[in-house]
Design a protein around this ligand. Structure first.
Ligand code: PLP
Length: 509
């Protein structure tokens, strides 16, 4: 043990091991920015994924114990930059169209750097004066962008799941006819029920499980041929449940389903919710930003009628991960659901002005400055810039779908917003019905695995009524026409190779 005198002497001229002099920071940082710029220049010309096996990555990291002593930040950051740039999957690549993750806006990358430099805790206004106000402005601007009332409340969260959870919890509090905060769900007079289409993202499973309603509270409303919620069945089911003694709490309409990108008939769903006095939540995690376009379907525009809405800046607002957002029409509903005032918080700004304390509006307590990267992007390109990028993504997706249609070995399924779905279907297997169905699913599954690891492009899949589909979602401002036109040929090349290896004898002509 160090003597008290010695440790005091050291503390008086303290240089903490983690601190860096401004000069060292500048030199290490400049190199990191230079290397990142080189990466941004070369990445689009390379492979979408390094395709590194887990074994390789673990070997590069080594199996050594936690180091007893550290190393100089310069070489450390250079080695780490190299590791990331050499061994990753690159969702900023022009031919990355998997799941729903966008190319990150370069200004957002720098935004994250300066946000971390100030490190405001955006849980309370007094701890983050500028950051809290920037978050509030970001919320208003996102609402304005998509035509949602700008008098709404809202906050940024980590992503779509969290954004939908916030809407769910605001609804649960607002629709409980009893003091749910005190007695919980079990003290209520009726079991709450929620209404979603079969195409709803799996966040709903987590929500009913985590927030006490249970999986049996979900009413799965069927969809039509375009995978849109059947509104007649919705209203009948709500009425039936109410007369059976349940408390219908929430309807979820989706603006851009995770599978085929369908937009539910939101205008009609809103009318049902009004008539039935049920909370209307829109999951617009993916598709809501398309409401900014001048010529867009009335169904999408009707998201303005939602009591709450989820929208992910890290999807179609091209923000680096993580950034989700919830908007709630009546701001009081967020405070009702989330606000507590412990004595150890001294977060009042003044007697006259109510404080904007984000810890009172959501699940987090300490919160980072997520808003900065989103706000910078909104300021850099404005509404016109986003309209142009989203419109381009949609027209590129249509061009891809047209190219799919021209390939005889591909079967087009649907094109909605910026999602195209289709599958590889060898011509001699068409019309073979059930006998070939299972094999064609396996064929497309294996095709996708090879395509994803091959690195020429990256797409993902959807399953519709048991049919395995390939799915390309373009939320990518780097994609160009030549990229989308190259996909069908690539799919056919890999598909025919897989078919020649896997086809069972019984399915040969
Ligand atoms: C419609 C929809 N809702 C919710 C989510 C979940 O979003 P996140 O992955 O950001 O939590 C997704 C993700 O793709 C989605 O497409």
């Amino acid at each position: 043990m160090m003597s008290t005198r010695k440790s005091r002497r050291q503390a008086s001229k303290r240089i903490a091991p983690l601190d860096m002099s401004p000069a060292a920071f500048r030199s290490v940082g400049r190199r990191a920015v230079d290397d990142t710029a080189k990466f941004l220049a070369s990445m689009p010309k390379g492979s979408v994924t390094a395709g590194s096996a887990p074994k390789r990555i673990r070997k590069l990291l080594g199996t050594g114990k936690l180091p007893q002593r550290g190393m100089a930040p310069g070489p450390l950051l250079r080695a780490t930059t190299k590791l990331l740039f050499d061994e990753s999957l690159f969702n900023g690549h022009p031919r990355f169209w998997g799941y729903i993750t966008s190319s990150p806006a370069p200004l957002g990358m720098l935004g994250d750097l300066i946000a971390s430099a100030v490190n405001p805790n955006v849980g309370a206004w007094v701890l983050s004066p500028v950051a809290s106000e920037i978050e509030a402005q970001t919320i208003r601007w996102i609402a304005e962008l998509i035509g949602y009332p700008t008098t709404c409340g809202g906050l940024l969260v980590s992503g779509g799941n969290m954004a939908n959870f916030i809407g769910f919890l605001a609804a649960r509090k607002a629709k409980a006819t009893w003091d749910i905060r005190t007695g919980g769900l079990r003290s209520g007079p009726a079991a709450m029920t929620v209404y979603v289409s079969q195409e709803t993202h799996t966040w709903i499973h987590k929500a009913v499980d985590l927030f006490g309603l249970g999986l049996e509270s979900i009413r799965w409303i069927p969809v039509d041929a375009d995978r849109r919620m059947n509104v007649k069945e919705l209203e009948q089911r709500i009425a039936m449940d109410r007369s059976a003694g349940y408390l219908p709490m929430l309807v979820v309409g989706t603006a851009g389903t995770v599978g085929v990108g369908a937009v539910d008939p939101l205008r009609d769903i809103a009318a049902v919710c009004r008539r039935q006095e049920v909370w209307f939540h829109v999951d617009g995690a993916y598709g809501a930003p398309a409401a900014a376009l001048p010529r867009i379907s009335d169904d999408l525009l009707a998201l303005s009628e939602a009591d709450s809405l989820a929208l992910d800046p890290h999807k179609w607002l091209y923000s680096p991960l993580e950034a989700g957002c919830t908007l709630v029409k009546n701001p009081a509903h967020l405070e009702d659901a989330f606000s507590f005032h412990p004595e150890y918080y001294n977060f009042k700004v003044s007697e006259e002005e109510p404080a904007l304390n984000y810890y009172e509006l959501g699940m987090q307590n300490s919160r980072g400055f997520r808003a900065l990267k989103v706000w910078l992007a909104l300021r850099m390109v404005g509404k016109a810039g986003f309209v142009r990028m989203i419109r381009d993504d949609i027209s590129l997706s249509r061009a891809m779908f047209d190219a799919v249609r021209r390939q005889p070995a591909l079967e087009p399924f649907a094109q909605n917003l910026s999602i195209a779905t289709f599958r590889y279907l060898p011509q001699d297997l068409r019309g073979k019905g059930e006998a070939a169905a299972e094999y064609v699913n396996d064929l497309n599954r294996e095709l996708l695995n090879r395509l994803q690891t091959g690195g020429e492009a990256f797409i993902s899949n959807a399953v519709v009524d048991g049919t395995y589909l390939l799915r390309a979602c373009i939320v990518n401002f780097r994609t160009k026409l030549a990229d989308v036109k190259s996909l069908p040929e690539l799919v056919v090349r890999i598909g025919s190779q897989v078919d020649s290896e896997l086809r069972p004898a019984s399915l040969h002509a």
